[in-house]
Each structure stands twice: as structure tokens, then as C-alpha cells.
Design a protein around this ligand. Structure first.
Ligand code: MLT
Ligand code: MN
Ligand code: ZN
Length: 380
């Protein structure tokens, strides 16, 4: 596992920062449709304990029938943990049918990038997936914190989808052996895709099934597990590019793609996750303002990157991805966006930034923007 640099900063002024933030100024609400009761006390009452490294948690199956729930000294860090499970765009690196320079190099070196997904946890024990990639099986097998602690158990307690694209949703199919209905948080538009043109919800129903929970727009909502217990993370969703996936090109809606602002109310750690963005606009700036970490769309360097390989290929902007390079590119805007650290994710196999000797990589380095790698681990 590649270490992303450890703790990002001290936690001194965090509450002030969050309370002032336009997207998070109001009290975190619990309006997301979810099973079970509110757990305000669990989220706020334990703050002092968590700072001391103590956490009240229910017994896990692995702790055996004799175990009594209660306070325990947790060996895990109490700050937000983030694992970059997959840093590649749809197709990954190498892509199965691609013989471009980067894919050839990846094959020759026996290394590559799995498809876009992130795991986040407030306690290092109960994890939320941000997008579920077709490579989820190997991603879950690679990272010990995500391994089951009992014969039938999952550390994945919920999933949040930023869009309905195949590379961000197909992994739900791989979780069908679950023993309870998996909470899947999405904006309205994506929930409708999964109930209709991309019928994941129906197909998974005879298996463990998914519990589609709507994320409110632009308001912090606490994430909960299948039993309605708080996962101690709040999530604010903001609609971004407003483009339906190719399989539902005629669909009408304004929230087919969202950016996320995930925060731990106890520590104030803020993670902005924007793997797909058509622009660096005011909405993206609001998501990123004051964040400890921003993971941003690094799909393409130039608008005609795919077009250069094949005349039929769409342009980056037609696909809803702002390219990094050029006067209108994202790279000029990311360093000043207000996030303490900016890491690119969802990087397409054609992107020249993947070549360490490229001038494009040098521009990235000069801008202080990092390239995401599979297995990067962040603590906020
Ligand atoms: C995208 O990010 O634009 C989509 O995932 C592309 C695709 O896989 O068709
Ligand atoms: Mn994609
Ligand atoms: Zn390629």
C-alpha cells in the first residue's frame, strides 16, 4: 500500500471552518430516507471519547457471543480514513482493448490502475464506498481494513454513488452475496437510472438487494448503515455536470452527477470528492473550500485526447469531463481552489500525465497537484 502522506494537518480551527461553510452551515439533518432512528447522541455525544481514542461500539460477530458491547480502546485511528481503491477511469489501465503508449507500458511493467472508487471511514472499522467499480472484488481483497472480521461480515456498511455510469456502479453486482440489504445513497436522478434503464435494483432484488436512499441536494445528511446506526459521517451532495449516462442519453434530470463533501462532525475532517466534473465552477469551489483533501476529475489532459486515437471517439467535454490542460483547463484553477491537498482520480489510460517524463506531468508537479495512485491512504 502506498502511503499518501499521513495526517494532513492539525485539527485546531476545524469546527469554525465547517460552521462557516455555505454548504454546511445548518445543523446536519437526517432527512435521508433510512431505516431506524436518529442517532444524534451517537454522533455528537461521543466526541470527547473519540478524541481520546475511545469509541463506543456494538459487538461485532467476531467478538463472540460472550462479548459485551461497550467502551473499548480502539487500536484504529479516530480520524477520517480514506483509501483510494482505484485511480483509473472506466476501462482502467491497461484497458482491455487499448494499445496506447500508457497501456503498453503498464503491461510491460506489470502494473496498472483499477477503476474509480474510494473507501472512507470515520473509525477505520465501518467503511463507506464512494462508487462501486467493476474492480471492486480485487480492491476489497487488497486492503486489510476492508476484510471481513467474521465468517459472514462486511466492513462495507454503505455505498454513495456520484453518478450512474457503469464504471461507478457495476461493483454493486459484486456485493450480491451480502446478508443484508446494502444502503446505497444516490441523488434522485441516479436512483431513477438504477430503477429503470440500468436495472441494478431489480436484478439485485432476489440476492441481498440494495436499499436506495436519496441524498438531499446541497444539505448535509448523516450516513447510516443497514440497521439505521450512524456511520459518523455526513455527506453533502451538489449536482454538477447534469448529463445522463450514454445508456440513457435521452433521460431528463438535473442530478445525474454529483460532487460530495464528506465530513466527520466529531473531528471536522473534510473530504471533497469530485471524480467527474464538466468545469471548475462555483459549485466545485463550494465543495472544495477549506477541505483537507480534494480528489478531482483527472480523466483527460486535452479535449481531443480520445479523438486523436480514433476519429469516432467523443471529446472530453462531450463526455462531461473538463480537461486538465489548456487555458480553460482545470489545472489552472485547482491550486487556488481552497483545498489543502488536491489529488487527481478517475485518470484515463490515455492521459499523458501517466508518463513520468512528460511535460504534462511537469506542469502538474509545478502546480502542486498530485496524481492519485491505487492504494493511497489518507488520514484527515
Ligand atoms: C465517464 O466517466 O465518462 C464514463 O464512465 C465513460 C464510460 O465508461 O462510458
Ligand atoms: Mn467514468
Ligand atoms: Zn490505453
Amino acid at each position: 500500500m502506498l502511503d499518501g502522506g499521513g495526517p494532513l494537518r492539525t485539527h485546531g480551527d476545524r469546527r469554525t471552518l465547517i460552521d462557516r461553510h455555505p454548504l454546511c452551515a445548518e445543523e446536519i439533518d437526517d432527512e435521508v430516507d433510512q431505516a431506524g432512528s436518529r442517532s444524534h447522541r451517537a454522533r455528537h455525544g461521543n466526541r470527547g471519547l473519540r478524541r481520546l481514542g475511545l469509541r463506543k461500539h456494538a459487538a461485532r460477530e467476531s467478538e463472540g457471543p460472550g462479548h459485551k458491547p461497550g467502551l473499548s480502546l480502539s487500536p484504529f485511528p479516530t480520524f477520517v480514513q480514506i483509501i483510494l481503491l482505484g485511480s483509473g477511469a472506466g476501462g482502467g489501465v491497461p484497458q482491455w482493448n487499448c494499445g496506447c503508449t500508457n497501456c503498453r507500458a503498464a503491461r510491460a511493467q506489470g502494473r496498472g490502475r483499477t477503476q474509480s472508487s474510494v473507501a472512507v471511514s470515520a473509525d477505520g472499522e465501518r467503511w463507506v464506498l464512494l462508487n462501486a467499480s467493476p474492480d471492486l472484488r480485487v480492491q476489497l481483497a487488497t486492503h486489510a481494513p476492508l476484510w471481513p472480521a467474521a465468517v459472514r461480515e462486511s466492513r462495507v456498511r454503505a455505498v454513495v454513488l456520484t453518478d450512474g455510469e457503469i464504471d461507478h456502479t457495476l461493483g454493486l453486482m459484486l456485493l450480491r452475496e451480502g446478508t443484508s440489504r446494502l444502503p446505497v445513497y444516490t441523488p434522485n436522478g441516479v436512483a431513477e437510472l438504477l430503477a429503470g434503464p440500468w436495472p441494478l435494483a431489480r436484478v439485485l432484488e432476489p440476492y441481498s438487494g440494495i436499499d436506495l436512499r436519496r441524498l438531499p441536494a446541497r444539505r448535509a445528511a448523516t450516513l447510516h448503515d443497514a440497521d439505521g446506526k450512524s456511520l459518523d459521517l455526513s455527506c453533502t451532495a451538489v449536482a454538477l455536470a447534469r448529463r445522463p449516462p450514454r445508456y440513457a442519453a435521452a433521460a431528463v434530470g438535473d442530478d445525474f452527477e454529483i460532487g460530495l463533501r464528506i465530513q466527520d462532525p466529531a473531528t471536522g475532517g473534510v473530504f471533497a470528492y469530485v471524480p467527474v466534473a464538466a468545469a471548475v465552477d462555483d459549485d466545485v469551489r463550494a465543495l472544495a473550500a477549506g477541505a483537507d483533501l480534494l480528489c478531482f476529475d483527472g480523466t483527460f489532459w486535452s479535449d481531443d485526447e480520445l479523438h486523436g486515437l480514433s476519429v469516432e471517439a467523443p471529446r472530453a467535454r462531450e463526455m462531461g469531463h473538463v480537461p486538465l490542460g489548456g487555458p480553460d483547463g482545470s489545472l489552472r484553477r485547482l491550486p487556488g481552489i481552497g483545498a489543502k491537498r488536491v489529488v487527481l482520480v478517475h485518470i484515463n489510460n490515455t492521459n499523458p500525465i501517466l508518463r513520468p517524463e512528460s511535460t504534462e506531468r511537469a506542469q502538474l508537479t509545478a502546480a502542486g497537484v498530485e496524481i492519485g495512485e491505487d492504494g493511497m491512504h489518507f488520514t484527515l
